[in-house]
Write a protein that binds this ligand. Structure first.
Ligand code: ZN
Length: 96
C-alpha cells in the first residue's frame, strides 16, 4: 500500500513525496530540490502544507485500518490451521 503523500515546496514549487507516518504535527524536512526547510503544521498558513497534512492524516487512518484488517485475516487463518491440525492428529490416533 502506498503510504506517501505529495508535498509541494512553497519556494521552488517542486513536488516531492513524503511518508505519511513521518508527517506528524511539528515535523520538518528539507525540500530535495531547493533545500528550504518546510515545517509541517496542521494550522500552517501555507495551504499546500495544510493540504499535505490533511492527506497524511487521512492516509495514516487508512493505513491503520488496513493493518487492522490484515491482523484479523492473519489470526483467523491461524485459527483455521490449528483446528485443521487438530483433526489430523485425531485421524492418526484412530489409525493406530
Ligand atoms: Zn523547494
Amino acid at each position: 500500500m502506498d503510504d506517501q503523500v505529495q508535498v509541494r515546496c512553497k519556494r521552488c514549487k517542486n513536488v516531492f513525496r513524503e511518508r505519511a507516518r513521518r508527517m506528524q504535527n511539528g515535523y520538518s524536512r528539507q525540500c530535495p530540490s531547493c533545500e528550504v526547510v518546510l515545517f509541517f503544521e496542521e494550522d500552517s498558513p501555507d495551504q499546500d502544507i495544510k493540504r499535505a497534512m490533511k492527506s497524511a492524516r487521512k492516509m495514516r487512518k487508512d493505513l491503520r485500518e488496513a493493518e487492522a484488517v490484515q491482523m484479523t485475516t492473519t489470526s483467523s487463518a491461524r485459527r483455521r490451521a490449528r483446528s485443521y491440525g487438530g483433526r489430523q492428529e485425531a485421524a492418526e490416533e484412530e489409525d493406530s
